[in-house]
Structures are given as structure tokens and as C-alpha cells.
Design a protein around this ligand. Structure first.
Ligand SMILES: [Zn+2]
Length: 553
């Protein structure tokens, strides 16, 4: 027998309890045929290609259970505002980009941090910097943006014609004048001037994003919101992923979450859904429809997450993404229609509201065969009572450890000392019997690299050097499990990928070092030597001497 590939002289971490480590991986027809204890194939078996890994570490491909692919790809072309520390630097960057553009062209930037800047960009300063062009700058949290007067004019805000979407706020000064800052759903007033993006442009953005993912060892992502709401790029967004795939540009497997507003009451009921009764699971292991996404609130860094008690540094408690009954109706209706649901809930009040709705669904019939895998996206502020409810309902938390580093100081200030231990828990979720898939929420964080996410799970350190909830830290082996086994589980792929075991997809990463045996400070710096999906290189083909992956089949 001749097999496709033998990857040998490797330190293989399989994440398979039956055989945790090996020396070599035999790959055939895109699957793991066997993990071997030595470098030799059994008698009578030869490999068409043999790659010596030179002692490198091999782990299953990384999985990002919540991020925004097309949006990240688009952001790669926007003015990067992430590292800037004063507003003048923002205005200079806007002026420099505007100088390259046509007189009426949109100037788009992303990643500004109002805390680091000492305030939000000012509308009139943006008018000057942009030479009167429409300027749209997105906050790093993605829950706030700052725009120039031309955006407000085109959106009908200045003449009072604009209808502000539910859950959104157009911020005004004491005189009632819009400051240019738009909160949550009101961001659609800016975004809708550019949306819908063309399917071709989105496919290009998807290609750019997934090329980055492959270089970082990622083989599967879940896209957390397409098609509608402030987050969707186009009502035809799914077609952009199909086009990217057909072009051979989809470098990772993707599950797509339709945003709640694209679901509707369907003829023949029950519940809410998409036409033809389409629901999660349709597609294949490269591109598939995932759960429904619904926003129960905003974000801590923008103080728009819905809290039970006011923020420690504000005189308000944030707000829910919509009327509580409307949110409950949307969630319960989707589940009745056969959808698993991913509920964005960060503040403890939003977590309560989402769990109330999940509890209601648990009392109703479920039309599917496999039980739904409902998720709580972010699960930012969870006390022990809410945690017990999550465990009882089997709702999986999808937190982002990297938030602790990038915005942890701001989150700690938002909740204050009394609530700080409830932030982005991990060890407690595991102790309660829940799984914790790893995710980045990129581009809402500046750095979505899975190894740096793992480092944050282990260290829980903020940018300022504080440790947030030391009791919630996990060891590196657990962090690796979150990025592989547990993320595959929440997508329903626990029998197909996420481990290196016979019959599983040959999705793997060759690393310069073993993250479970490296000084935690250095986990984020480990080199990603190569990435294989279905046994084909999506990154590092030249290093391994393999043909590049031009074919997503
Ligand atoms: Zn997100």
C-alpha cells in the first residue's frame, strides 16, 4: 500500500487520550491514518512523500470559535489606529489616507481606543482631517464608531431624517448636537452607506483573512454573524464564502452564523428560520451553516454591555440589545425552528436574559435529532448563580482570553473590585463541567493569533501587567485543548477533527516549540512552521517540501 504522506521526526501532541504522543503521523486521503511511535511505517506500506519535521512539535490545527472573517479581511485595508496614543495622531493618519483618495471617497479606519486617546475622535476635527470626506473610524471594541459630519449628513442624522435602529444611540452633546459617536446598532447609519459590499469584494476580503489564519496555524473558524444587523456585510454574504471557496481562496474551514435579523417566520412553521427550512449543519466540512447569532448587549470596553448594577466608573448600567421580550421571542423562535443559538451576552444582566430564554427553549420540543449546542458568546461577567444555570442548561461559554490582555484594564475599571473575579472565567466553567472553546473575536482584538490567546488563558495578564482572576487561569495543555478539541466539539465535529487520531481530518500545525513545555511568557512567540488542512499545506509548503494547497476539496 502507498499512502500520501508520512510526517516524521516530530513530537506529536495528538490531544487523543488513547495515544497522547507520537513520533510520526501517517496521512492518507486527507485523514490521519495512524500516529506512530517511531519513524518507520509498517512493512508493506510506503509513503509517496516523506517529510522530516526535524524534531518540531505537531499539534491539531487551531480553531477560532468566534471571529469575523470578512470583516477582518476588510480591516486589513483600513487605517490601523490600534497603537495610537493621542488624537492628533489619529487626525494625522486620517489626513494622510484622505490625501490618497478621491474627494468624495470614504476614509475608513479601525481599532482606535478612546481610553488610550483620552477621548473619542471629534467630528469637526475629522471633517478637517478628511478634507470634508466621509470618515468612519471604528472603535477597537467594534461596538462604537466615530464619524465625520459628511457621514451624518449622508445618513440623514443632521437633518433629522435618520431612523436610529433599535439598540443604537447617536451620542449628542449638551446642546443636542451629534458628536459623531455612534453606539452599537446606530453604527449601521455609517455602515449602511457602504453596505451591501459586493460579493466579489467580500470574497477578496475572505481570501486575505484566511491567508492570515493559515499562517497562524488556524484550520477552522466560526464566523459570528453574517447577513444582517450592524455586523453583516451583505444580505448575500454566504455567496461570498462560496465564491472564495470556488476560487480556491478559502484557506480554512468555515462555519457561518446568520445574524438573527435574517431569520423570519417561515411558512409551515414552527418558529423562525430561513427559506426552504434551511438550518445549521447544511454544507460540508469546508463551508457550513452554523448557529444563529443574536446580540443581547454590547461590550464592556464601550460600557454598552448590560449590567445588573451600574458600571463602577459610570452612572449607568449599559443596556440590552433590544427590548427583552423581542430578544426572548427571537431566540425561542429560532430554537423552535431547529436552530442552535449563539447569544452574545457580556454583562451579567444580558447573561441572565439569555439564560432565561434558553431555559424557556429547554421546556419546548426540539425538532432536531442531535441536541442543540447553544452557546453564550463572550460570557463576560458571570457570577456563580449564572454559572450554575449555564451548567444546568448545557450552554457553552465562548470567552476570549485575549480580551484580558488587550482590554482587561478597561474591563476591570468598568466592573470594579467587587465584580472583577466574575470576568471571563475559564477554570470555573471547566469545573462546572462545561467546555470552553478558544476564540479571538478578531478584529475586535488587535491580535487574534491563537498562540497569544493561549498565553492569555495561562497568564490572564493585562497590558498594564495586572493579573485578572488568577484562580481562573488554566495550564497550557488545557489552553491547547480549548483551541482544538473543545472548539471542534462546540461545532459538532468532535468525531471528525480537533485531535490527531485515526480517521480524523489531517488538520495539523507544525510548531517551532511545544506550547505545553514552553515558558508561558514565550507561548505567543512560538513559530508556526507549517499548517496542513486535509493533509495539504495551507502555510509553509516550501519549508516542508510539499506542493501548495490550491484545491479546497
Ligand atoms: Zn464577535
Amino acid at each position: 500500500m502507498e499512502i500520501d504522506l508520512l510526517l516524521r521526526d516530530a513530537d506529536v501532541l495528538t490531544l487523543d487520550d488513547a495515544r497522547p504522543r507520537g513520533r510520526a503521523v501517517a496521512v492518507h486521503h486527507g485523514h490521519v491514518l495512524a500516529v506512530l511511535d517511531d519513524d518507520e511505517l509498517p512493512a508493506g506500506v510506503r509513503a509517496r512523500r516523506v517529510v522530516d519535521a526535524g524534531g518540531a512539535t505537531v499539534v491539531p490545527g487551531f480553531d477560532d470559535a468566534h471571529q469575523h472573517t470578512a470583516w477582518f479581511g476588510q480591516s486589513l485595508a483600513e487605517i490601523p489606529l490600534g497603537g495610537l496614543r493621542d488624537l492628533d495622531a489619529v487626525y494625522d493618519a486620517v489626513a494622510a489616507r484622505a490625501a490618497e483618495l478621491a474627494a468624495d471617497a470614504f476614509v475608513v479606519g479601525s481599532g482606535y481606543d478612546d481610553v488610550a486617546l483620552g477621548g473619542s475622535p471629534d467630528r469637526r476635527a475629522l471633517d478637517r482631517a478628511g478634507g470634508g470626506r466621509p470618515v468612519w473610524l471604528k472603535h477597537r471594541s467594534a461596538h462604537v464608531c466615530a464619524v465625520s459630519s459628511e457621514v451624518l449628513r449622508r445618513a440623514g442624522v443632521l437633518d433629522g431624517e435618520a431612523v436610529v435602529p433599535a439598540g443604537g444611540v447617536v451620542v449628542r452633546d449638551e446642546a443636542g448636537d451629534p458628536t459623531g459617536v455612534l453606539l452599537e446598532a446606530a453604527q449601521a447609519l455609517a455602515g449602511d452607506l457602504l453596505r451591501p459590499y459586493s460579493v466579489e469584494d467580500l470574497a477578496d476580503a475572505i481570501a486575505a483573512a484566511t491567508a492570515v489564519f493559515a499562517r497562524q496555524g488556524i484550520t477552522h473558524v466560526t464566523e459570528a454573524g453574517i447577513g444582517g444587523g450592524w455586523i453583516g456585510r451583505s444580505p448575500r454574504e454566504l455567496a461570498a464564502y462560496q465564491l472564495a471557496r470556488e476560487r480556491g481562496d478559502l484557506a480554512v474551514r468555515v462555519d457561518l452564523m446568520p445574524e438573527t435579523s435574517v431569520l423570519h417566520d417561515t411558512a409551515g412553521g414552527p418558529g423562525r428560520g430561513l427559506d426552504l427550512g434551511l438550518r445549521p449543519g447544511l454544507g460540508d466540512r469546508h463551508l457550513r451553516v452554523g448557529p444563529m447569532k443574536i446580540f443581547f448587549d454590547g461590550a464592556l470596553s464601550s460600557r454598552t454591555a448590560a449590567m445588573r448594577e451600574p458600571y463602577a466608573d459610570r452612572d449607568h448600567a449599559g443596556y440590552l440589545g433590544d427590548d427583552p421580550d423581542a430578544l426572548r421571542h427571537a431566540l425561542v423562535g429560532a430554537v423552535a425552528g431547529g436552530w442552535s443559538v449563539a447569544a452574545h451576552a457580556i454583562g451579567d444582566r444580558a447573561v441572565d436574559a439569555a439564560l432565561d430564554a434558553f431555559e424557556e427553549t429547554a421546556r419546548r420540543p426540539w425538532p432536531g435529532v442531535r441536541p442543540p449546542r447553544h452557546r453564550l458568546e463572550h460570557a463576560g461577567v458571570v457570577d456563580d448563580a449564572a454559572l450554575a444555570r449555564m451548567a444546568a442548561l448545557g450552554v457553552t461559554p465562548v470567552p476570549q482570553a485575549r480580551f484580558l490582555f488587550e482590554i482587561g484594564d478597561s474591563m476591570a475599571a468598568a466592573v470594579g473590585d467587587e465584580r472583577v473575579d466574575r470576568l471571563y472565567r475559564h477554570a470555573s466553567f471547566l469545573r462546572a463541567g462545561l467546555r470552553v472553546p478558544a476564540s479571538s473575536d478578531r478584529p475586535c482584538v488587535a491580535d487574534g493569533h491563537p498562540l497569544r490567546g493561549m498565553r492569555s488563558m495561562v497568564q490572564r495578564r493585562t497590558a498594564a501587567g495586572c493579573t485578572l482572576g488568577a484562580d481562573e487561569a488554566v495550564d497550557a495543555a488545557t489552553a491547547l485543548r480549548a483551541s482544538t478539541v473543545d472548539a471542534a466539539w462546540v461545532a459538532g465535529d468532535e468525531d471528525a477533527r480537533g485531535r490527531l487520531a485515526p480517521g480524523f481530518a489531517a488538520d495539523l500545525v507544525v510548531l517551532g516549540d511545544d506550547p505545553t513545555r514552553t515558558d508561558p511568557d514565550r507561548i505567543g512567540d512560538i513559530e508556526v512552521v507549517a499548517t496542513l488542512r486535509d493533509g495539504r499545506a495551507t502555510h509553509g509548503a516550501d519549508v516542508l517540501g510539499l506542493p501548495p494547497d490550491g484545491d479546497t476539496q
